[in-house]
Design a protein around this ligand. Structure first.
Ligand code: GUN
Length: 626
């Protein structure tokens, strides 16, 4: 328990898209909804009135304990009246330590332990240790020493601040191995908040590609229950990409810094005031000034006006990013936005090198269609997932373009070729080659493609003897294939042995349910073209693969609730399959491995074992009635 009786910070997951998340966490002075930004406030210089910032939706802010402590009157006042009263804000306030000042101006006069103690004493909601800033030009050895010294400083404050929220910066310069090490070390420490530090020079130099390496490596090796903050990362141009890579929080001094330099922030970059002819209609300045009037304002007044515009631009972009996650279109937003600057495009290409990593956190399906723009889209996590599925199936024959209809595979192909053959067939979705059995499944049916069958695509001519007896039945092959994808190889044959009854809709021609003598085993979901298990189906899967695939084992208390249909919460998960894909069906079992329910996972296996708050599985079927 911390000073005001709140628990330590822990992330609650609300919406997701791959590594991007909308979540929330509590601090002693209230909740923060993520992704969010902490504007930097200089306690000596109030550029914008608190009311103006609150009106933009400011929920939290960051200030610098070093600056406060160096100013005797201010120091005395915060120690007497508390930080929140002096700043004039009763929401969450984070404090930084002076690390950045020591990077810019050389050594600072304070030590780590007294720096943290001061922050805790004045009532900071998140206090930061005096970490060692690693610059991009550090040698590996220098950066490595900084990582271990920073970790030592975390240990050093454990006695002072057991109950407080401490930010443990992840350092390591541009070396992914060090970022990994630092993220792991910090996640094993008492730090409840994880900023990625030492990135300001890279942000200033548009070195976004290296930032992709740093952010992804830091994120993947951090505890998912702790918010990840990008120190100094609040430029609207890069925020969407950072959130896509798992960043939850930003801070920004740039709204004032740019204002001082007569520069304006826009969603896709920065402009000089002197070049501006029109103030955009969305700007809070639009109704107050013409561009000419703005240029002729006195220095102080102009700075305030530009700072207001800049902060507004940041909040506007954050709102867009959050909305994009809710509709699950952030990926395509970032993909489009990458075209606005070659450095961003380079960084977006770099993300593709990590598609196999992001794929593990990528939902089985999304609310919104998959947009296929060009060959880069084929390297996306969904492209990689399909490639992975295909790789496990051996050799594939390319279906001739004449059988690849926009609405799916031509029935003639299925009856004449597929069902008289035992080969694997694939068809194009842009440049993604998709196994024939996935023609109804996400992202295929739910895609919008710039060129569904590329001009360069040539199918394989493949003759079969149509007079021969039919050797297989497409609907049965399809459900077996999907079961293998969703529940592990061998699941298809076990769930759907020869003789199962497949109900097909007369209206749509689509598979609806699959039954055996005991009842329904699975249904095919209309919205994503994947299988949903019943308890009968779940029991069959539970007996396969040593009982571990798609399994979520919960406490006895939770099992009692889940067995009557109530959701599984993260904190009651005892153990789970690490390979669970978000939105896939999972088996909820009790401590004795008895199946109590089947439902839809809201998180990946990795996340299930790390989050401690929120809903993990929504139950679809359960053993007992209420
Ligand atoms: N502000 C910007 N970068 C950093 C950093 O690396 N550490 C701390 N403590 N503050 C920062």
């Amino acid at each position: 328990m911390s000073i005001l009786g709140e628990e330590k910070i822990t992330m609650e997951l609300l919406h997701r898209e791959g590594l991007a998340r909308i979540g929330r966490f509590n601090t002693p002075h209230g909740r923060i909804d993520t992704p969010n930004i902490m504007p930097v406030i200089n306690p000596n210089i109030r550029t914008l009135p608190m009311e103006t910032m609150k009106k933009m939706g400011m929920q939290c802010l960051i200030t610098n304990s070093y600056i406060i402590r160096r100013t005797p009157e201010l120091k005395e006042k915060v120690l007497r009246d508390g930080l929140h009263s002096v700043v004039g804000f009763d929401g969450p306030i984070m404090t930084d330590s002076g690390t950045f000042q020591s990077y810019v101006y050389g050594d600072v006069e304070f030590q780590n332990t007294d720096t943290v103690k001061f922050q805790v004493d004045i009532g900071s909601d998140i206090s930061t240790i005096l970490d060692i800033f690693t610059t991009p030009d550090h040698t590996f050895e220098e950066a490595s020493n900084a990582v271990y010294e920073t970790r030592r400083r975390m240990d050093e404050v454990s006695g002072i601040a057991e109950s407080a929220n401490i930010a443990g910066p992840i350092q390591g310069s541009i070396y992914p191995d060090l970022r990994r090490e630092s993220a792991i070390l910090m996640s094993r420490s008492q730090a409840s908040y994880l900023p990625i530090g030492g990135v300001v020079p890279l942000l200033e130099q548009y070195r976004y590609s290296e930032l992709v390496d740093i952010i992804l490596t830091s994120k993947i090796n951090s505890d998912f229950a702790r918010p990840v903050h990008l120190f100094g990362g609040g430029h609207p141009m890069f925020m969407g990409m950072a959130v896509l890579l798992g960043v939850d929080m930003f801070d920004s001094a740039s709204y004032v810094k740019y204002a001082k330099d007569d520069r304006l922030l826009f969603p896709e970059g920065t402009r000089d005031l002197k070049e501006i002819v029109e103030i955009p209609i969305w700007s809070p300045l639009h109704d107050r000034f013409t561009a000419t009037e703005l240029k002729s304002l006195k220095d102080e007044e102009r700075k305030k006006a530009l700072a207001e515009h800049n902060l507004f631009a940041i909040y506007m972009e954050l709102g867009e990013i959050r909305e994009r996650i809710r509709e699950q279109t952030l990926w395509q937003y970032v993909e489009g936005k990458a075209r606005s600057h070659p450095s961003l495009m380079n960084a977006f290409r770099r993300i593709m090198d990590y598609s196999h990593v992001i794929e593990k956190y990528t939902e089985l399906y999304r609310k919104s269609p998959f947009f296929y723009f060009d060959s880069l889209s084929s390297l996306s996590p969904y492209g990689r997932r399909i490639e992975k599925i295909r790789e496990s199936g051996g050799n594939y024959v390319k279906i001739h373009p004449r059988y690849c209809l926009p609405a799916g595979l031509d029935q003639k192909f299925i009856r004449r070729i597929y069902e008289h053959s035992d080969r694997n067939f694939m068809f194009p979705l842009g440049e993604i080659m998709v196994p024939a059995e996935m023609d109804e499944s996400y992202p295929v049916q739910q895609s919008i493609v710039s060129e569904r069958i590329p001009g360069s695509y040539h199918g394989d001519e493949f003759e079969v003897d149509e007079e021969s007896a039919r050797s297989r039945y497409f609907p049965l092959e399809k459900i077996r294939f999907l079961a293998d994808v969703q529940f592990g190889r061998g699941s298809g044959k076990a769930l759907f042995p020869d003789g199962v009854i497949i109900d097909i809709s007369r209206n749509t021609g689509r598979i609806r349910t699959v039954r055996n003598g005991e009842g329904i085993i699975a249904t095919m979901r209309a919205h994503d073209g994947y299988l949903a298990l019943t308890m009968t189906g779940g029991e069959i899967i539970r007996r396969l693969h040593g009982g571990i695939r798609n399994r979520v084992r919960v406490t006895e208390e939770s099992a009692t609730f889940n067995s009557v249909g109530k959701s599984v919460f993260f904190q009651f998960i005892v153990e789970c399959d690490p390979d669970i894909i978000p939105y896939n069906d999972v088996l909820v079992v009790d401590q004795g491995d008895n199946l109590v329910a089947v439902g839809r996972a809201l998180a990946s296996g990795r996340e299930m074992s790390e989050y401690r708050k929120g809903t993990a599985v929504v139950i679809n079927h359960h053993v007992r009635n209420n």
